[in-house]
Design a protein around this ligand. Structure first.
Ligand code: MRU
Length: 365
């Protein structure tokens, strides 16, 4: 594809701004994704506890977006607690990291971002790069801004790699929302190739499953693609087999919350089913994620899969759809084994099987 990253940067001026840092009063302003698309409301956060609660209640969600938000949560630890010494500042930051990391367990970007901010603080103090708390605060604000900018650049690169696989007229099946809302940048991971192809004048479209129970597909993916005039068709989660069987899908592209060194991919519940059907029907199945989504240490059985409130399943946005006291199991992520994955697209390159050898070569941490 004959377009440079710089040209793409010029092309994309994202309209959506789900995460905004307000420097004048040290607050973090989030577009409330739990209210979309029915209401466009914003929440203003002042300390790490408020940030953790916004992540838990999914006012902000999507692995990269909660990573960026958590990085700002670390900044808010300093602005809300006002430590007097650098030693006290490090204590405040480690406490904030604990509060933030507990908010949601599966997406590794969260603890990646808080560890990154804490380690950077320790190193800057040790190396004498910051001499007081005000200098540390400036360094942390800069770093949170850099994490945001790096994420956007990573998505542009992944968008380019992914778009190279698309042909004019293709339809991409996704799952959940791995778009600009989920990453905070307005672009996205799984939706980046479609956005890049669309911006370059190709005719491409998306099939978005509803993604029960939280409806990220019908509320968020549909909303953001329609806002950008990218053709999208909404289907129920139970229709994905048929749309693939009928040849309505040329590629599956999904995001990830955590990818292990052997290529196991944790993503929104329903992803595994899409991967198996795609494999059976010979449809390429791509996972798109920045390197901050890789966890090279954990084994598959060690990763906690978040289970959420049973009422998310007993009701649809407050309206009962099952007997009130029915027993419910509500895991919100699943794990796709590497054998179903065609390739994993990162900003550092495209990883092909065998993943247990090739993940480390590309991600290299
Ligand atoms: O529960 P959510 O909405 O936070 O889950 C989001 C997903 O599963 C996304 O696919 C993943 O975080 C990648 S977002 C670019």
């Amino acid at each position: 594809m004959k377009v440079s990253l710089q040209e793409l940067r010029e092309l994309f001026k994202p309209k959506l701004r789900p995460i905004q840092w307000e420097d004048s009063n040290n607050t973090l302003v989030l577009l409330d994704q739990s209210a979309l698309p029915f209401q466009t409301t914003y929440v203003t956060l002042k300390d790490p506890e408020e940030v953790a609660s916004a992540i838990k209640s999914m006012k902000v969600r999507g692995a990269p977006a909660i990573g960026i938000t958590a990085a700002y949560g670390m900044v808010l630890a300093l602005t809300s607690r006002n430590p007097n010494t650098l030693e006290e500042a490090l204590r405040v930051l480690s406490n904030a990291k604990q509060v933030l990391d507990r908010a949601r367990p599966t997406a590794v970007n969260l603890s990646w971002a808080t560890s990154h901010m804490l380690n950077l603080s320790k190193e800057a103090i040790q190396d004498g790069k910051v001499r007081n708390v005000s200098e540390l605060l400036v360094a942390l604000k800069d770093e949170a801004g850099r994490i945001f900018q790096d994420e956007l650049d990573a998505e542009l690169q992944m968008g380019l790699y992914g778009a190279e696989r698309l042909n004019d007229g293709d339809t991409v099946l996704t799952q959940c929302n791995a778009g600009g809302l989920a990453t905070g940048t307005g672009l996205g991971t799984a939706l980046a190739p479609v956005r890049v192809a669309h911006a370059l004048g190709m005719k491409v479209s998306v099939i978005a499953p509803e993604t029960r129970p939280w409806l990220q597909g019908s509320r968020l993916t549909v909303y953001e693609l329609m806002a950008d005039n990218i053709p999208v068709t909404l289907v129920t989660d139970t229709a994905v087999g048929l749309v693939m069987y009928r040849g309505m899908v040329q590629h599956v592209m999904v995001g990830a919350d955590r990818i292990l060194s052997d290529g196991h991919v944790f993503n929104k519940i329903g992803t595994f089913k899409e991967a198996v059907i795609a494999h059976e029907l010979g449809i390429p199945f791509y996972v798109l994620a920045p390197v901050s989504t890789f966890d090279l240490k954990s084994r598959v059985e060690e990763v906690e899969i978040e289970e959420r409130d049973p009422n998310e399943v007993r009701t649809v946005r407050g309206v009962p759809i099952a007997p009130e006291r029915v027993k419910v199991y509500n895991p919100v992520f699943d794990v796709t084994p590497p054998r179903y994955i065609t390739a994993i697209i990162t900003e550092k390159g495209v990883i092909h099987p065998p993943f247990d050898k090739n993940v480390r070569k590309v991600v290299g941490r």
